[in-house]
Design a protein around this ligand. Structure first.
Ligand SMILES: [Zn+2]
Ligand SMILES: [Zn+2]
Length: 337
């Protein structure tokens, strides 16, 4: 089967980081599905992985963890909730041990031995993928293979970040990319007041946020017109943490929604004082995924996508890196049905 393969992570190379290879088609083991991949959306985490910013990836690696495909073969050994031909979504969380202190306390996202699709196990930049069926999702019929794929990470992890904000009424979102675009729609549906913060000077980003119905859109160097009850930071920029903190009302929370961020500069304690909280969000649980896939069609969450053939994964990554995309990059791999 054809796959785009990462052999050596790192920055500053001349050619694209991924190579098109013909690799053996994998076989599903006990409890696994063999999935014929239809689409795979590109996530910022894929960039962090190819750039070598995340430790110890599987190598060589097939990246990609927002996979939509069709069940081709079912491994033996367990009762399956899927049948041959079913459409299936494969997310970032690929496997947990089910027995550590985190798994035992409904925090499988923090599992000590967790494995991740497209990072420590092969992902979806390929014609076929293998997945542990317990971590796969049925996908809502309202979406086709292209526009459902960004829901699988940007949507699900964004949703976990959003849930951490509790019932915050005035919600700031820093970094108005894919995840923000999806989660703002959920927040607006739930009648929150949303404040969008974009890169200073990013007029297009602000327009896009306003078109969703946010009450205010401005630069991340600006203060919102009123204090916030919560802020979610999706941009991988540590300096936004003290900036968001200064925009919070007492008791507010800053949620860092990314897997990687530049260093956070120091800030005066008075900015944290008043029971303000800073926290991070790591990975997802299956429950996050199921909840989000249930709410997304009700909200009618719309995704914006830009399509690329599998062989052009490097172009998609490069355009993502340089901010030249107008939506989530989606690799078109199998035929869409
Ligand atoms: Zn565990
Ligand atoms: Zn992701």
């Amino acid at each position: 089967m054809l796959a785009m393969v990462l052999e050596r992570p790192g920055k500053g190379r001349q050619h694209g980081p991924l190579q098109l290879r013909d690799v053996p088609k994998p076989k599903p083991g006990e409890g696994q599905l063999l999935v014929r991949v239809s689409t795979c959306a590109v996530c910022r985490t894929d960039l962090h992985i190819v750039d070598g910013e995340l430790p110890d990836p599987k190598l060589p690696l097939i990246p990609g963890h927002q996979i939509v495909g069709y069940v081709e073969e079912i491994g033996t050994g367990v009762q399956s909730k899927f049948e041959i031909g079913d459409r299936v979504g494969i997310p970032w969380l690929g496997w947990t041990d089910g027995e550590c202190v985190y798994c035992q306390s409904n925090r499988e996202n923090l599992c000590n031995r967790a494995r991740f699709t497209g990072y420590t196990i092969d992902g979806g930049y390929a014609e076929f993928a293998i997945a542990d069926m317990r971590f796969c999702f049925h996908l809502p019929n309202e979406y086709n293979d292209v526009n459902v794929s960004p829901l699988l990470c940007a949507g699900m992890l964004g949703y976990r970040s959003y849930r951490k904000t509790g019932d915050a009424h005035r919600l700031g979102i820093y970094g108005f990319g894919n995840a923000a675009h999806l989660i703002a729609q959920v927040a607006l549906y739930q009648r929150r007041k949303v404040f969008a913060f974009t890169r200073p000077g990013d007029k297009a980003g602000r327009e896009s946020a306003r078109s969703l119905g946010v009450v205010w859109a401005g630069g991340s160097d600006e203060m919102p017109p009123e204090k916030l009850d919560a802020a979610i930071i999706f941009a991988p920029v540590g300096a936004l943490v003290p900036a968001a903190l200064r925009a919070l009302a007492k008791g507010g929370i800053v949620v860092c929604g990314g897997i990687h961020m530049s260093d956070i500069p120091s800030f005066p304690y008075v900015d944290l004082w008043g029971e303000r909280v800073i926290c991070s969000v790591a990975n997802l649980t299956r429950r996050d995924g199921e909840e989000f896939l249930e709410i997304a069609p009700r909200v009618r969450v719309r995704t914006k996508t830009e399509m690329f053939p599998l062989e052009e994964a490097n172009t998609a990554l490069e355009k993502f890196r340089s901010g030249q995309l107008n939506g989530t990059a989606v690799l078109m791999i199998g035929t869409e049905r």
